[in-house]
Write a protein that binds this ligand. Structure first.
Ligand code: NAP
Length: 254
């Protein structure tokens, strides 16, 4: 009987960092389910790119701000695993989807704060909880944090606080899921030139050059600086890496 291929699920895999993670996982012989929120055409293009390297790909719609929908989403994942991959479970979950918020502490509203809680804390917590029965023993989870959990930039108090929380959550998940040999690690990207935050790191020359000057390797990050690290953490090469935070920033504020 043919060996069951490994399957990864990457939230927010239609663009930016999640897209690169999905493609790098596919290159490492994972079949990949990606989720998208609004951009179905981008998601379809990523699925085609996954298929072009010989892996299977599938896209599902998910709004991570709606925790009440996670039971239904888990059922959709279960059905897709059966139909598209002939599998009962999957091996790697990457909690990546998210949007930014740049507002001074003094002006942040309860609604803005709550949206960050929903997207960056409640989602990795409860989505992972609901998907847990579908994650194979011996699998892995990668949570996506940010350099902003370690250092502070004005305007990111709510966002950075959530990213700090996901790093704490990572250690608790690793502790409790160890009995099923599920490894849990967290990746903290530095500032990366994607659509994130309205594309500010990519498009705002002043910010781009300020970050480049603060970074040992002398530039801002690109999406393809991140995906390979996540794919490594999901795979067997990282089988003894657990409960770790890896910052992928070219060395900022060293
Ligand atoms: P991006 O280019 O803006 O892409 C965001 C992705 O998340 C897209 O796939 C989008 O789907 C999806 N998404 C957005 N809102 C969603 C929602 N409510 N529910 C479900 N999916 C949603 O952002 P990125 O730069 O790749 O960021 C990805 C992750 O890295 C985030 O967790 C972010 O906090 C973190 N991060 C980014 C940076 C950076 O500088 N870029 C630095 C550190 C950490 P659609 O395409 O369908 O809209």
């Amino acid at each position: 009987m043919a060996e069951q291929r490994k399957i990864a699920l990457v939230t927010g895999g239609s663009r930016g960092l999640g897209k690169d993670m999905a493609l790098r996982l596919a290159e490492k012989n994972f079949d990949v389910i990606i989720t998208y929120h609004s951009k179905i055409d981008d998601a379809r293009a990523v699925v085609s790119a996954i298929q072009s390297v010989g892996s299977k790909g599938h896209a599902l719609k998910l709004d991570v701000s709606q925790a009440a929908s996670f039971d239904a989403f888990a059922s959709e994942v279960k059905a897709a695993l059966k139909k598209e991959f002939n599998a009962e479970g999957f091996d790697a979950l990457v909690n990546n989807a998210g949007t930014g918020l740049h507002v001074p502490f003094s002006d942040t509203t309860v609604e803005q704060f709550d949206s960050m809680v929903d997207i960056h804390l409640k989602a990795p917590y409860f989505l992972t909880q609901k998907l847990l029965p579908l994650i194979n023993d011996g699998g892995s989870i990668v949570n996506i944090s940010s350099g902003l959990a370690r250092f502070s930039f004005p305007g990111y108090s709510a966002y950075g606080t959530m990213k700090g929380a996901i790093e704490t959550l990572t250690r608790y998940q690793a502790k409790e899921l160890g009995e099923r040999r599920i490894r849990v690690n967290v990746v903290g990207p530095g500032a990366i030139a994607t659509d994130f935050g309205g594309g500010i790191v990519r498009d705002n020359k002043e910010l781009n050059s300020m970050i480049s000057n603060l970074t040992v390797l002398g530039r801002v990050g690109e999406a393809d600086d991140i995906g390979g690290v996540v794919a490594f953490l999901c795979g067997d090469d990282a089988k003894w890496v657990n409960a770790q935070r890896i910052e992928v920033s070219g060395g900022i504020f060293v």
